[in-house]
Design a protein around this ligand. Structure first.
Ligand SMILES: NC(=O)c1ccc[n+]([C@@H]2O[C@H](COP(=O)([O-])OP(=O)(O)OC[C@H]3O[C@@H](n4cnc5c(N)ncnc54)[C@H](OP(=O)(O)O)[C@@H]3O)[C@@H](O)[C@H]2O)c1
Length: 323
């Protein structure tokens, strides 16, 4: 089969479109013929060797997609053959991938392969940040960093839907316009303005209840200054680099809470994972949540997708189609 692989860590140029062995399926798994792959910022970190988990080379990147179940490892699962599915998996930048049965998300006829592949990582991350790590409530104030990104645009919509007052940060006016279109009450260009100062002005000195921070080094200090007493900062990424280590003594003055989130933890709590998937797909089905597919390329063009994502040239979701 054809796949995107890298044999050494590095920039987007290490991604090669080449022949790779078709994987074999064992009990508890299915073989999926991949239709669409979802690209995530974490894929670029894995490629650079900067992710939480170091890969064993060579690597087929990718952790989500959609497609059709072609083979099953266990005869008891034969009813799955031919099913349209989305999935959280591994080695997804390929024509075929293996997915554990428990990680399949059945797609109804009304959900396209593109939307299916665009949803698992980013929508579930936004959902669990707001509803598992915190319990978002009407009237609360929330700041979403990198609000025009894949997770960002979905978190803005979910927080607004929950009745929160939502602020976003992003790097350009064009991205800011999109974030406002998705419902944000105000957007700050954090590379032109001191966002903590601007937020203090917008909130009349009060600060916010909750901050979703995936930017890390560039935003951490400002985020800590922007919380209300008893506020909550959730760190879930470091697109600008890892922040300086935090001292617990910096949290006392305002009794603030700082926590960390990794979507993979949810997979270890199946009932939580199911609630997230059910609610997110229900919101997509009823139009309460809108996906923004900002870039669609073919799988062979994965390097170009990584270049644009790391270059901050994208909004919303990037997908790669398998022809
Ligand atoms: N913990 C988890 O389980 C989990 C799950 C999913 C995603 N994440 C993290 O959440 C973040 C968003 O993921 P995503 O896939 O939706 O990506 P994304 O937000 O679509 O893209 C990353 C965005 O980060 C912003 N950014 C700020 N500083 C940057 C820098 N120095 N270099 C590149 N980008 C920079 C850019 O937006 P602006 O141009 O607006 O600044 C860029 O568009 C990532 O940090 C990712 O690792 C974590």
């Amino acid at each position: 089969m054809k796949a995107i692989r890298f044999h050494e860590l590095g920039g987007p140029e290490v991604l090669r479109w080449e022949e790779a062995p078709k994987p074999g399926v064992t009990a508890g798994e299915v073989l999926v013929k991949v239709k669409v792959v979802g690209v995530n910022f974490a894929d670029t970190l894995v490629r650079r060797g900067e992710y939480l988990v170091r890969p064993k080379l060579p690597v087929i990147p990718g952790v989500e997609g959609s497609g059709i179940v072609e083979e099953v490892g266990d005869p008891a699962d034969k009813g799955l053959i031919g099913r349209r599915v989305a999935f959280l998996g591994q080695q997804c930048y390929a024509e075929y991938t293996i997915v554990p049965v428990g990680q399949l998300i059945p797609l109804t006829d009304t959900v396209t392969f593109e939307d299916g592949a665009a949803t698992p990582v980013q929508a579930l991350t936004a959902y669990h940040l707001l509803y598992t790590m915190d319990q978002i409530k009407p009237g609360q104030t929330v700041l979403v960093h990198a609000a025009a990104g894949g997770v960002g645009l979905l978190a803005v919509q979910m927080a607004k839907q929950a009745g929160a007052l939502v602020y976003g940060t992003t790097s350009t006016e064009a991205k800011a316009a999109l974030v406002r279109q998705m419902g944000a009450d105000a957007v700050i260009l954090y590379n032109q303005t001191d966002f903590a100062e601007e937020l203090r002005r917008l909130t009349k000195g009060r600060g916010v209840d909750l901050i979703l921070d995936s930017v890390g080094r560039a935003t951490m200090a400002g985020s800590l200054k922007s919380l209300k007493p008893f506020g909550h900062l959730i760190c879930y990424g470091a697109a600008s680099g890892r922040p300086e280590p935090l001292s617990i003594f910096d949290l006392y003055e305002n009794s603030i809470k700082v926590s960390a989130f990794w979507l993979m933890t949810v997979a270890r709590v199946p009932e939580l994972a199911l609630v997230g998937v059910t609610r997110v797909f229900e919101w997509l089905g009823t139009g309460k949540l809108r996906l923004t597919i900002g870039l669609k390329l073919s799988l062979a063009q994965a390097a170009e997708a990584h270049r644009k994502l790391e270059g901050r040239e994208t909004v919303g979701k990037i997908i790669l189609t398998v022809d």
